[in-house]
Write a protein that binds this ligand. Structure first.
Ligand code: GDP
Ligand code: MG
Ligand code: K
Length: 300
């Protein structure tokens, strides 16, 4: 409340954009820490990950909404609905687009969803490190013809170009108010979820096309042993037994490699030695099953 009098500002910002435009990269750049999971595959982030940026003057709470796109399953429906609800609750919407891609159906679909939304929308043109400056203005114009943007900010999320400017213009739009979270909070997601996401990231990296996005990881147990080692037991769910075979690999070689890479990152995250116990199970059509959605945290 002291802060209210001194002009402290705080608020919520939704990050939207089609898969792979760089939402997670931006969040990680701003927060300087790996919390959202990055990958070159679309739809890596299924949950809403909150990143919290706190300074002496402001607190910005980022909602990394899952990519909104045309729903194909009930999981897709739920993601679109969640994203739209988010639009009305936040102070600013950051619509990320990819400077090196044209304006495609994915972006058009999102712009449609933004119709009648009262929250100011910033067009954030990402990956400017990959295009010639001359290409930027015509690129931006195409978007401007379709929607009124409160701000247009070109950035490179990967290299951090212009991200301080982006933070400044966000701050300008936030209402005065106290911080929502303690200043040392970076995310309100439990470590357990992040650990599961790290395992899933390794699966996606290592299996390429063979195993599609129909994998989910559930961390069943995470306990600290007396010698300070953290024991993690996690199950990777696939939809078909053929995918299970690929995931396990010859004499368990694939699963071993997934485990080795995930363990390294989990150790870095937790700052302790980790024993990672990985299992693979087939669960047909899990994307459409209510209870699985709830179990994995895709439902509240
Ligand atoms: P998301 O699906 O929107 O969360 O996208 P990610 O953050 O996972 O990024 C997708 C890919 O784009 C990754 O390979 C990133 O390294 C890459 N990327 C993100 N931002 C930039 C950028 O500013 N410049 C370049 N060259 N690549 C970027
Ligand atoms: Mg992402
Ligand atoms: K991604």
């Amino acid at each position: 409340n002291e802060r209210e009098k001194t002009g402290y500002k705080s608020g919520f910002v939704a990050l939207i954009g089609r898969p792979n435009v760089g939402k997670s990269t931006l969040l990680n750049q701003v927060l300087g820490q790996k919390i959202a999971i990055m990958s070159d595959k679309p739809q890596t982030t299924r949950n809403k990950i909150q990143g919290i940026y706190t300074t002496e003057k402001t607190q910005i709470v980022f909602l990394d909404t899952p990519g909104i796109h045309k729903p194909k399953s009930r999981l897709g429906d739920w993601m679109v609905k969640t994203a739209r609800e988010t639009f009305e609750e936040v102070d600013v919407i950051l619509f990320l687009v990819d400077a090196k891609e044209g304006l495609g159906p994915g972006d058009r679909f999102i712009i449609e969803q933004l119709k009648n939304v009262k929250t100011p929308v910033f067009l954030v043109v990402n990956k400017i490190d990959q295009v010639h400056p001359d290409q930027l203005l015509p690129f931006i114009d195409r978007y401007r013809q379709l929607h009124h943007f409160a701000e247009v900010v070109p950035i490179s999320a990967l290299h951090g170009n212009n991200t301080p400017t982006l933070l400044n213009v966000i701050q300008d739009r936030l209402p005065e108010g106290p911080a929502y979270y303690p200043s040392d909070y970076v995310t309100d997601h439990p470590e357990r979820f992040i650990v599961g996401e790290l395992v899933r990231e390794k699966v996606l990296h290592l299996t390429r096309e063979e195993v599609p996005h129909s994998v989910a990881v559930n961390v069943e147990e995470m306990t600290r042993e007396e010698d300070d080692t953290v024991y993690v037991r996690a199950t990777i769910y696939t939809e078909r037994s053929s995918q299970k075979g690929i995931l396990i690999g010859k004499q368990g070689s694939m699963l071993k490699e997934v485990g080795r890479r995930a363990r390294e990152e989990i150790q870095r995250l937790l700052g302790s030695r980790v024993y990672l116990d990985l299992w693979v199970k087939v669960k047909k059509d899990w994307q459409n099953e209510e209870f699985m959605l709830r179990q994995f945290g895709y439902r509240d």
